[in-house]
Every structure is written in C-alpha cells, then in structure tokens.
Design a binder for this molecule. Sequence first.
Ligand code: MN
Length: 199
Amino acid sequence: MGRSLSTYKKKRDFKTTKEPAGKKEISTSRLKFVIQQHAARAMHYDLRLEIDGVMVSWAVPKGPSLNPATKRLAIMTEDHPMEYRTFEGIIPKGEYGAGPVIVWDRGTYKNLRDVSMEKALKEGQLEFFLYGKKVRGGFALVRTADKTTEKSRWLLIKMRDDEASARRNPVSSQPESVKTGKTIKDWKKKIKEMEKEEK
Ligand code: MN
C-alpha cells in the first residue's frame, strides 16, 4: 500500500480554493522538494519531500536552520500532491489553512541513507541532501514520539557538512519567493486591498 491523497482532498473544497486537486505522479527524474512559507493562523514553513509519488509534508514553525546545533520542530501533516510544489497565492477565508503561501525555496534532493525514503519514513529517520536556492546541504528528520498519530512530531536538524553555518539564516535574510520574488508581506497587502474592494 502506497501513500494517499485522501486526507488532503477531504480537507479542501476545490471549488473555493485555487490549490490543486492533484494526483499521484511518479517522477522519472530527480526527487523534488519545496519549502513553502505559509501565513495561516500561525506562520510556518511547509517542508515537502517527494516520496512515492506525493509530497510528504511537515510544518516547521520556525523554518529550517543551517546551524547543526539548532533542532527545529517539524510536525507531520497530510501528504500533498506533486503539483502543490508550485502553488503560491492566497488560500481563501474559511478554507483549511486560509492565508498567503509563497514558494520560499525549491529544488531537488538526494536520499543519503542506504534504505529507500519509504522505509526511512517508516523508521522515522530520514537523511537527505537538499539542492535548493537558499538551503543546501544534508539534513536529518527524526521522529520523536508517537508514530501512530497523524500529526507526529519530528526534529529537523542540519547535518555537519560544508553547507552548515551558525551565522547564515536565509529565513530572515531571504524572505522572498523563489518563484515570484514576492514576500508574505506583499501577499498580505494584496489581501487587504481585495477586502477593501469587496466592501
Ligand atoms: Mn501550511
């Protein structure tokens, strides 16, 4: 049994939101990843890794750190369709996750373990190398507790390699979308303008 998008679809009304309904797609080239900044009720960064035809997803409240000494909480969320990795825009009020989303970083990744990503996921121990525009290098995602709950808690930890840095912090120094150049602030301004026009 592979991974499924049923939870993703249950949570959304595709007549209202512009998010893609999507389907499973098995890549023939390199594995993809995306990090989407998402200003929902609470700001967070959604890290999504292509595994078994879907984007397996974690919400990282503080975003990734390049400092190996800094462990970042990552809460697993529902699998998203492959298409979702290019989604940027506004999730409308009343919809699940309402608020702006930007494509904060994207690229490909390489599995660093000698077991498949599917198996590593089950074990709760992923090690991978990200080739993004802002974020590069080896990372580990380690499950910390109860694996039976849907929203399991993991830690995202930068591995010690040449790309590690205690000083560089793209979360604060590079807030703009790698797709459009827009920031979350820009999208929030647009939402305000739209709300004015409605009145
Ligand atoms: Mn999110």
